[in-house]
Design a protein around this ligand. Structure first.
Ligand SMILES: NC(=O)C1=CN([C@@H]2O[C@H](COP(=O)(O)OP(=O)(O)OC[C@H]3O[C@@H](n4cnc5c(N)ncnc54)[C@H](OP(=O)(O)O)[C@@H]3O)[C@@H](O)[C@H]2O)C=CC1
Ligand SMILES: O=C(O)[C@@H]1CCC=N1
Length: 278
């Protein structure tokens, strides 16, 4: 068995786990091909190694050097330190894939030996069950084949779509953060059901199946969401009353503002990092 790591995660948090779990479940990647590294939390490393039968990265520098792909999955505020700490182990024969919100490829490239292929990806936590919506773009030194290899990784854990880098912050606000908006909606629906007299179990069951049914309707019928909404809404009926209340509470504007705020935050994170490096 060749024990050389194929993929090394720098940052062993929630996102790294979601991606590696998806890779193990949905591709032919084997546990011994993955390593995880973080800064201080060795308990977390042991937890992941045990849960997924990964080999430990005993010599972290050497592990990074040997990996074919290095996936950067630290928090944006830790990015500069992480690249400074580990960047000297990265070489131009590797592809660096960053899932870090807001940080431009040019910033990452500037801290790595040039020319290192850098790909920026924005997956979401549904990677864990092979259902991520990921958007990717390439930096100036990455070749088309590097981008295609990254697309293959993320296609194995959901859908993967290539965009221009100037769209990545919008993607972050929409599909990177998006699962949280949906969970918030589920919480709100469930709570409304409970307050109106349903048991928690019944409210949960009905909310989840409604969400699943609506998602499948969208995918399987291919109909426009507005058309599907129209079919639920009888003139003068119950749905119309509910939708009117949502409109009065400016539902659409609230959603648009949420995406916009998340995008703006991604831009701020990128700018603060770029300013730090000057
Ligand atoms: N969560 C999400 O839904 C999504 C997150 N992302 C992006 O993924 C990235 C990671 O997020 P998430 O997984 O939630 O974060 P977590 O806080 O769960 O994990 C971050 C990890 O980075 C490690 N770390 C910090 N500094 C270093 C360093 N110098 N060297 C090595 N490891 C280090 C931490 O280790 P230690 O504990 O030892 O400090 C920790 O294990 C973020 O940049 C985020 O923008 C992208 C898409 C979706
Ligand atoms: O909240 C965050 O910053 C990360 C990026 C996208 C989803 N979670």
């Amino acid at each position: 068995m060749n024990d050389k790591p194929q993929t090394c995660f720098i940052g062993a948090g929630a996102m790294a786990e979601a991606i590696l779990c998806g890779l193990l479940e949905n591709t032919d990647t084997r546990p011994h091909q993955i390593r995880v590294i973080n800064r201080t939390n060795t308990d977390r490393l042991r937890e992941l190694e045990q849960r997924y039968q990964l080999l430990a990265a005993n010599d972290k520098e050497e592990t990074i050097r040997q990996a074919k792909q290095v996936i950067l999955a630290v928090k944006p505020k830790d990015m500069a330190d992480a690249i400074q700490q580990w960047g000297s182990c990265i070489h131009s024969g590797q592809t660096v894939i960053s899932v870090v919100a807001g940080i431009p490829t040019s910033f990452i490239e500037s801290l790595l030996p040039q020319p290192t292929a850098v790909i920026r990806a924005m997956p979401n936590t549904s990677s864990m069950i092979g259902r991520s919506a990921t958007a990717l773009c390439k930096g100036q030194y990455a070749q088309q084949k590097d981008l295609e290899a990254a697309v293959r990784i993320f296609s194995a854990i959901g859908s993967a779509i290539v965009v221009e880098e100037d769209q990545m912050d919008t993607v972050t606000g929409l599909s990177g953060s998006g699962p949280a908006y949906i969970y918030y909606l589920v919480e709100a629906l469930e709570q409304a059901g409970i307050e109106a007299g349903l048991s928690r179990t019944v409210a949960r069951e009905l909310t989840l199946q409604t969400l699943l049914g609506a998602a499948h309707m969208l995918v399987e019928t291919g109909e426009e969401p507005a058309e599907l909404r129209r079919k639920v809404t009888s003139p003068g009926g119950t749905t119309m009353a509910g939708l009117q209340t949502l409109a009065e509470h400016r539902f659409e504007e609230a959603v648009a503002e949420a995406v916009h705020s998340a995008k703006k935050r991604a831009q701020e994170l990128g700018r603060s990092m770029t300013a730090l490096s000057r």
